[in-house]
Design a protein around this ligand. Structure first.
Ligand code: UDP
Length: 416
């Protein structure tokens, strides 16, 4: 048996005041014919990273509108996650393909997990490349199969994508965040189902994103040694080279020369499917060189959702200086706190940030430092950007919109 993941209860009606009555009614109408649809989400982990973040909200809301949605996590040992992390990096452009034995590990675990899967689903949604191959071993276990890609496939390492793409083509549909992420070999391929473009979304009512008073945010940050009377720059993300925490430290150091009172917090959770995380966490610590004004925290320091919320609500500048980014849920999470935001001009970040209007887009540590100084020195500008950013997220990146998109996809599958 694959491991089932328990999710809490959520009610769509609670979101009405945040997203408006029209969207809620549209969702109810779309869901009308889908009541009782049995949907299974398959993913690699229930902890850490964007996929699990989305599913903890999306699945309860699917259930609330009558879909029988479940979530199961595949089983994998270190050798499997080492191979899939390599694959993840190669698919996002790192020029290193898996070795033949790593490919074999990947294939074997997919076959083994497929044998463990229970049957009789209307739709099975397979998230990301880790469980991608399961479908071909047990196609009969679901009437339709959809592959949901959460990563940036715009410039993949050719040998890796060439080996992966044929497996996508067997699906009844695939879903990408952006048109640019759809592999060319897939668009021209035969036998693949429709390609849907639909970016992810955040839950405005979760502990991570719910409204937190400035006093509560300050109280929580104070517990982690932040001086809440001095300005704070902050990045929340896994410890991963693509997230560029070292570049954030560089930017902080430049800002620090002009504003010595500034502090930096790098807040990063460690995902169970990310063996590289610890190594990179340690190099980040080393790079910070024991600067007492740089706080490097992770979930093992008790940084959970409320703490992430508090850091994002407290910081004067929120950063996501990625050099590759599938979508970057942390971007919408940051913007939702109405704080000034600065992000790398890559992947899904420009979709969420209009440069100069809802935040700033940057391509270097120097640019990041320059924009940070601007918002620190012109608080009015920061407020304006923050307000516009929050409205942009309200319109486009809250979970009810994502739920509506999925219901549309389910109806399309039914109609086929
Ligand atoms: N996250 C967290 N604690 C941390 C670091 C990250 O809860 O210390 C969450 C973050 O708030 C976001 C998710 O992990 O919801 C990361 O998703 P994103 O799309 O930004 O990046 P990914 O990790 O999937 O590449």
């Amino acid at each position: 048996m694959l491991q089932p993941v328990g999710v809490g209860h959520k009610t769509l009606a609670d979101y009405t005041h945040l997203v408006g009555r029209d969207l809620i009614e549209e969702i109810r109408e779309l869901a009308e014919d889908l009541k009782g649809l049995k949907v299974l989400h398959l993913s690699a982990t229930a902890f850490g990273g964007g996929v699990s973040e989305i599913l903890y909200t999306l699945i309860p809301l699917m259930r609330d509108v009558g879909i029988e949605a479940d979530w199961q996590v595949i089983i994998g040992r270190e050798e499997f996650f080492n191979a899939t992390k390599l694959m993840h990096n190669a698919l996002q452009g790192n020029p290193l393909d898996l070795s033949p034995s790593e490919w074999r590990v990947y294939e074997d675990y997919n076959e083994m997990n497929a044998q463990q899967m229970s049957g009789d689903w209307d739709v099975c949604i397979v998230h990301d490349p880790q469980p991608l191959l399961m479908r071909e071993h047990v196609p009969e276990k679901a009437k339709s199969w959809v592959w949901r890609c959460h990563i940036d496939l715009s410039t993949p390492h050719p040998p890796t994508i060439e080996r992966i793409a044929p497996h996508i083509e067997g699906y009844d549909g695939s879903v990408f965040h952006l048109q640019e992420y759809v592999p060319h070999n897939l668009v021209n391929g035969n036998g693949s189902g429709p390609v849907h473009i639909c970016p992810p979304a955040i839950d405005p009512l979760s502990p991570k994103n719910m409204a937190l008073s400035p006093e509560d945010a300050a109280f929580v940050c104070d517990q982690f040694g932040i001086d809440v009377d001095r300005p704070l720059m902050c990045q929340v993300s896994r410890f991963d080279p693509w997230k560029d925490p070292l570049g954030v430290i560089d930017a902080y150091r430049i800002v620090n020369e002009q504003l010595p009172e500034v502090q930096l917090a790098l807040v990063g959770s460690m995902a169970t499917d990310d063996p590289e995380g610890w190594e990179f966490f340690n190099s980040t610590l080393e790079y910070a060189d024991s600067d007492p004004d740089i706080k490097i925290l992770n979930n093992l320091n008790n940084v959970g959702s409320i703490e992430v919320n508090a850091f994002q609500s407290q910081a004067e500048v929120l950063i996501q200086k990625s050099t590759r980014e599938g979508f970057g849920l942390t971007v919408s999470e940051a913007l939702w706190k109405a704080r000034p935001f600065i992000g790398g001009d890559v992947g899904g970040i420009p979709l969420q940030v209009q440069d100069g209007r809802t935040g700033f887009l940057v391509s270097s540590a120097e640019e990041c430092a320059d924009r940070s100084l601007r918002v620190l020195q012109e608080p009015e500008l920061g407020k304006q950007l923050g307000r516009a950013g929050k409205e942009h997220v309200r319109k486009h990146f809250l979970t009810p919109r994502l739920l509506r998109d999925w219901l549309g996809i389910f109806r399309g599958l039914r109609a086929e």
